[in-house]
Design a protein around this ligand. Structure first.
Ligand code: ADP
Ligand code: SF4
Length: 690
């Protein structure tokens, strides 16, 4: 297939200072939970993107000096020459498909608590460190001689980046994470010397660092600057108007302007709160203020929207982090006229949770993300088929669909049976909830791909029992029957069923998603702590209920701190008039009231309720699996070699865990048993002699 002419503009080369990007696809820096702990995993992940056609590929944030580091978060480090080989390996991987290799250098200033290096943090102005975890540490103000050191440290890092083979060096001044922004912003810069006060003074360090960088980069590297488009707190900050003034004054200083939204939360907004191309108003018109190219982001997954950004003159490069994670081959698919094969990001931010939990990142849509090196998984190519021929997958939720698709790609004859009249399982249900429409892409991508395959057959409206399954007689069987929400209050706070009066109407998320409509005052008891409690609060408000959300946590939807959504969720709850009862447990449920209990003091009080919605634990649907275990003596007679249980039916978790389980099942079918060996590679730190 040939590329659609409408997208030609996305494939025009463009210079960034002394180097030329082959096209307009620009993978902006993004974290991955691997960093200095798992450098080969991070490098191989970038290599796959290079193969996938990106014109520019960046590292994540690279700490440029040990006096400013962001432990516990795991990024990359360029503290001395010892870090060069690892960063050179990453640059080599980026170059494999002829992408420009970019490195993002960060001095974290007021964002670096230095929990590891134990150095006293330095910032434009002395103040408490500003991090996600409110570390009880303060920064001191940089003196003029510290600023001279800072400039030298930047030069050292840029020299090392050049030795490592990078083509682009980005100075980080966005998301509140880089010192350039801390100087530019009146929130963090209260200086009265030549580096504080007017915009001209606040931008002095930026100008000095850029001049030094260009000098150090010479003719071999382009120098880019990453800035937030808008940062305002209580009238202070670095507003979009000031950004425009700055670019108007110093438009030609960097070789490219890399413009990110505002805070990281705003820049990486989830689809629940932020639409594609949401940055448009903040970035529009800036291109007229400078001759230098501009890159911006916006969770772009549609080639039409991308092309419009270029042809309408808003952007020169299409910046992508999450879309490049969900589909590392996105540019190549557009180039090859295979737009329908793009695995679109759903905007769930599970990838971000890897960084926030200091674990390797996952992606809901792309189960191979960060497994490229340690498991040898590729997002597009499966391992060859093994000795067996046929597989039956029971259940067409995300686990079953991913298993069927990936097994089909390996060349097996696959049947997938689903008891409902549509595929998608929980994704189909949840994507009808407020703000979660884009999640249907998990189903739609797989359903379409499967529909194109001769060797995968879908059987809807097929509620299979153990006898049916054995009768079917496939070589291998995957049980992907999912889970159901519990109604008895059991989760973390209560490990045994709650005392519930028979006359009180009690609902579960499954009931609401399949059309049940409670009325009056509804108490949501959220001991799940992810999105479901708050999403259902929105649904019930839409349906005319008044809602009290009770949770033992100090936060509504606590785990969404990791998806950067918690603040947005809390404000939405308050705007909608949901009453929040935090640090509170549900003690018992009476005929027309609930007993609430403070998790600290145990003090109880009663609240009138017309209905209770339990958002607690999910119970795996293991009935079919258990029934098959009961007849395991008959498997061989029916030609069945193995039966495995995968996804939520095995142990309920977010959707990303289910696509991973389905993919893993497909990858490992017919593989020799590993025994007690580790199922992945890992890097172990080399011991130095004392
Ligand atoms: P997961 O997240 O693990 O994929 P889901 O709950 O999303 O789990 O999907 C499980 C799917 O399995 C649902 O669509 C459900 O209708 C289907 N299912 C459950 N039991 C059976 C069965 N006995 N036969 C066929 N399909 C089943
Ligand atoms: Fe997109 Fe979710 Fe994958 Fe992140 S985890 S890239 S937000 S689909």
């Amino acid at each position: 297939m040939k590329r659609d002419k409408r997208y030609d503009c996305l494939f025009e080369p463009l210079a960034i200072g002394p180097v030329v990007a082959k096209n307009r696809f620009y993978q902006v820096p993004h974290c991955n939970g691997g960093g200095y702990r798992d450098p080969s995993a991070a490098a191989q992940m970038r290599r796959v993107k290079s193969e996938g056609g990106w014109g520019v590929i960046f590292t994540e944030q690279v700490e440029l000096h040990h006096s400013s580091e962001i432990t516990p978060f795991i990024e990359l480090r360029l503290w001395d020459d010892a870090d060069i080989p690892m960063l050179a390996k990453m640059a080599d991987c980026m170059h494999e498909g002829e992408a420009l290799a970019g490195i993002e250098l960060a001095y974290s200033g007021v964002n670096g608590p230095n929990l590891y290096s134990r150095e006293v943090p330095m910032a434009p102005t002395a103040m408490p460190i500003r991090t996600f975890t409110n570390d009880p540490v303060s920064a001191r103000a940089l003196t003029l001689s510290d600023i001279a050191d800072l400039r030298r440290w930047h030069r050292n890092a840029i020299r090392r980046a050049r030795i490592a083979g990078y083509d682009l060096v980005c100075l980080y001044g966005a998301h509140g994470f880089g010192i350039i922004q801390h100087f530019l912003s009146s929130t963090t810069n209260h200086r009265t010397d030549q580096y504080g006060g007017s915009l001209e003074n606040r931008s002095r360090l930026m100008r000095e660092l850029l001049a030094d960088a260009k000098d150090e980069a010479g003719d071999s590297m382009g120098v880019t600057l990453r800035l937030s488009l808008h940062e305002l707190t209580d009238g202070l900050g670095f507003s979009n108007n000031e950004v425009r003034d700055l670019i108007g004054m110093h438009g030609e200083l960097p070789d490219l302007w890399d413009l990110a939204h505002g805070s990281w939360e705003a820049c990486s907004g989830t689809s629940r709160f932020t639409a594609e191309a949401a940055q448009q108003d903040l970035v529009k018109g800036i291109r007229e203020l400078t001759d230098r190219p501009i890159v911006g982001v916006g969770r772009f997954t549609s080639p039409d929207v991308m092309a419009k950004q270029i042809t309408s003159g808003v952007l020169d490069f299409i910046g992508c982090a999450r879309p490049s994670i969900a589909d590392p081959w996105l540019p190549r698919k557009i180039d090859e006229g295979r737009v329908e094969d793009i695995r679109e990001c759903i905007g769930c931010n599970i990838c971000v949770t890897g960084d926030m939990t200091m674990s390797l990142s996952r992606c809901t849509q792309n189960p191979s993300f960060m497994e490229e090196w340690r498991k040898g998984w590729h997002p597009e190519n499966m391992n060859p088929k093994g000795d067996s021929s046929t597989v039956l997958v029971v259940g067409a939720g995300p686990a079953g669909l991913e298993a069927a698709l990936s097994l089909g790609r390996r060349g097996y004859q696959v049947s997938i049976a689903e008891k409902n009249i549509v595929v998608g399982g929980r994704v189909t249900l949840e994507s009808t909830l407020p703000g979660l429409g884009a999640w249907a892409r998990v189903r739609d991508y797989r359903e379409y791909q499967i529909s194109q395959m001769q060797n995968v057959n879908v059987y809807l409206d097929n509620d299979l029992n153990a006898a049916d399954i054995l009768e079917f007689g496939a070589d291998h069987i995957a049980i992907a029957t999912g889970s159901k929400w519990r109604s008895d209050g059991v989760a973390r706070q209560h490990v045994l069923p709650l005392d519930v009066h028979n006359d009180m109407p009690v609902f579960t998320p499954d009931d609401i998603m399949t059309g049940a409509k409670p009325v009056g005052n509804v108490v949501i008891y959220d001991d799940d702590h992810y999105y479901m409690g708050s999403v259902l609060a929105e649904r019930l408000i839409e349906q005319g209920c008044s809602v009290t959300l009770v949770t033992p946590s100090a936060y509504v939807s606590e785990w969404t701190l990791n998806t950067l959504e918690q603040g947005f969720i809390a404000s939405r709850m308050l705007e909608l008039g949901v009453t929040l009862k935090l640090n509170t447990s549900l003690a018992s449920v009476a005929r027309d009231a609930v007993q609430l209990q403070c998790v600290y003091t145990g003090a109880r009080h009663e609240l009138h309720a017309d209905a209770v919605l339990m958002v607690t634990a999910r119970e795996p649907e293991r009935g079919l699996w258990d029934a098959l275990q009961d007849v395991s003596g008959e498997w061989e007679k029916h030609g069945v070699k193995s039966i495995k249980i995968i996804g939520d039916a095995d142990a309920p978790a977010p959707i990303a865990w289910a696509t991973y389980a389905g993919h893993r099942f497909a990858r490992e079918l017919d593989a020799p048993p590993l025994g007690d060996a580790l199922p992945f590679k890992r890097e172990v730190t080399q011991l130095l002699s004392v």
